[in-house]
Design a protein around this ligand. Sequence first.
Ligand SMILES: Cc1ncc(C[n+]2csc(CCOP(=O)(O)OP(=O)(O)O)c2C)c(N)n1
Ligand SMILES: [Mg+2]
Length: 889
Amino acid sequence: MDMQDIPDTDPQETQEWLEALDGVLKQEGAHRAHFLLEQLVDKARRSGAYIPFSANTAYINTIPPQLEEHSPGDAEIEHRIRSYVRWNAMAMVIRANKHTNVGGHIASFASAATLYDVGFNHFWRAQTDTFGGDLVFVQGHSAPGVYARAFMLGRLTNEQMDNFRQEVDGKGLSSYPHPWLMPDFWQFPTVSMGLGPLMAIYQARFMRYLKDRGFLEAQGRKTWAFMGDGEMDEPESLGAISLAGREKLDNLIFVINCNLQRLDGPVRGNGKIIQELESDFRGAGWNVIKVIWGGYWEPLFMRDTKGILLKRMAECVDGEYQTFKSKDGAYVRKHFFGKYPELLEMVSTMTDDDIWRLNRGGHDPHKVYAAYAAAMKHTGQPTVILAKTIKGYGMGESGESQNITHQQKKMGTSSIKAFRDRFAIPVPDDKLEEAPYVNFPEGSPELKYMHERRQALGGYQPARRRKAEPLEIPPLSAFETLLKASGAGRELSTTMAFVRILTMLVRDKKIGKFVVPIVPDESRTFGMEGMFRQLGIYSHVGQLYTPQDADQLMFYKEDQKGQVLQEGINEPGAMSSWIAAATSYSTHGISMIPFYIYYSMFGFQRVGDLAWAAGDMRARGFLLGGTAGRTTLNGEGLQHEDGHSHLLAATIPNCVAYDPTYAYELAVIIQDGLRRMYQEQEDVYYYITVMNENYEHPAMPEGVEKGILKGMYLLREGKSKKNAPKVQLLGSGTILREVIAGADLLEKDFGIAADIWSVTSFNELRRDGLDVQRWNMLHPEAAPRVSHIETCLKDREGPVIASTDYMKMFADQVRSFLPTHHFHALGADGFGRSDTREKLRQFFEVDRNYVAVAAMKALADMELVPRKKVTEAIKKYGIDPEKPNPTTV
Ligand SMILES: Cc1ncc(C[n+]2csc(CCOP(=O)(O)OP(=O)(O)O)c2C)c(N)n1
Ligand SMILES: [Mg+2]
């Protein structure tokens, strides 16, 4: 039963208890009262009473006025600054949309202006030589407010402001925070709702990891994350809050701008988003600070001795609160206070304007300051500030508190005029329509104040660091054992080869300590459990128990200095950890080398949007898609067998993806990745698939390193009698081995010479090919450039047949660079299923037999062999021509 539903069967007794509590509160204070109440509840529970936990407090500010810390700032100057920022943020959207239709948002920042202003003026410390800086996740579509302030500080020009959302010519400003587009300014992309909150939690956790491992000093740095109340609908927004609570991340502060609206309408019209979030966060172990009411309400609270005002505030739902602020003081008097005669009486001496002025907490800089100050001091828990505001604050009839406000990019002249008057902006009537920017002149107290405040906090924000000290990368020879043949009968998978490489890397004197192995509860799947003991699993509190396997060599060791991040069954969290590590060069000036290994199916498909954000953030690190391939992970079936992660990887412009077959290829790829990302500091990241099929690995042939990196090299030259037809066979990953077997069949059964090419990256071949094609199109009279794949195949005879463990589209990517070759791609299209590898490869038509048949058919099409030879091959290899297409069964 809800508290409100329990009837008061003995009001006099209730009164006595309340008076007793009042006495304690007055004489001994809130802490003592809290203690006694907890004792009472505890006693009742121990006596067998069922008293369900309520995580909610009253619908009032968490910090009572007498405990508010006061801002040392000059409130009047700050008000003027904030007013100008508001105006410029609005003006840049209006101006950009006068002659274009690029869009933008006014209402969100209008509701959040005070929340940002107080942070910029008093709390957010910049990165300096001696201080690491606070990390601030700005709500994506509040970006205009941040630009407006930067403009007033002289960090952005008039021209840039006018080119808001017009980036192509290089003088514009990004629609939202995008490090890819403004690499010196924005640190964190946030506009895909939910990713900001999730990534912020893991940034805070990674900051602590770096401190616990001795990379950073304890400086009291904070991660601040701003988000909308509608954004909290995203599972990603709330999905990791228990981790933050459990790990007691007191370096993390969430500010949720509760303007009660999202894009279409109210967030919780029939409820209260602040109360809902309060219980969510409190239940997850957070310190919750509600900033609901502004200072103008205080005289009314003082007179509310019977709690009727509080009762009214508690019963009113968000839908009503929104409607009130879309009307006027008279409406609020009638519909809010008018419900109870006592309340009407309470406001009888107030004018409608006075009633209208009763403000919300998030618009009161004193309340916001007090909340931020309390959050900064709070220890042992992360803090969430739930600030109640008005969406479209100041937009008046053009949108204030209206359901349409989110997408307003234009305002009528009368609204602009009202905005100007409300915030006292010095723009004359005849200029209103063009909404000119306003600035404080050089030498003015306001401009001085703005600069001084930032100087006191170490410098300007936002700001992003592009590079860190390069690392000294081991040469390829460091991986010598992997460059040699594995030896007769010594079979291993590329996953095992990867673990060997990783083990060598963590032992490297120069870079070993920077390596961050990350797993989502899959270490044993990939044979990495040896690292538990060797490196330790990171845990801020160390290990508070004797592990079950303590007597074993490779026991489950948790350690405050542990290097491995074991994220639990949580791919989005593990990916966020990887992003934090992969951007550490920028956020902390320390290049970390994260290797995140997971089931390839639970990679891009599961966390694709985070992978996209990682590209935007210029993340540098390695993603390892383990147990990859539609037919190689054989027994796990439809949900596990990945035949498309490479195609998804290809969608990310700076993700470099490889599908290697042999240990030496893997070593070459990882060594060069380290060089590119940590020595040359290129803003790319790697996706490498590794498999669980065991086989022998040959020694690296002479001179193939460049080809491996470019995407293909000649593995074996076809040998056959003179004038025999020739084919070019391409393969990647484990299916390369089927291709080799297919070549043997062709030679043995039909006397055909097959050259075999190991294609380590169809994705890279395509990028190179497209680049060359483009250049040639634009330089029609110059000597044409030649792509790597053309260089490899242009003088080679015969059709080209490719087979992979991925969809046909994967190999088909290179088709257009071979205009004169007959090209045929085999691939594993369709839903996977469990069976043996052999059966699966037959089912998906990517095995040796299909390679041979496809080659024969291509030769027949080119009239190099008679058609009946193809039929003969089909028969010989036991293929049923009427077998259904695997994509349809
Ligand atoms: C994943 C995702 N879905 C949808 C959107 C489109 N979108 C942008 S803002 C917005 C509403 C945001 O509401 P809220 O979080 O309450 O922020 P406010 O503007 O009210 O501060 C939506 C749906 C998005 N940016 N990202
Ligand atoms: Mg909102």
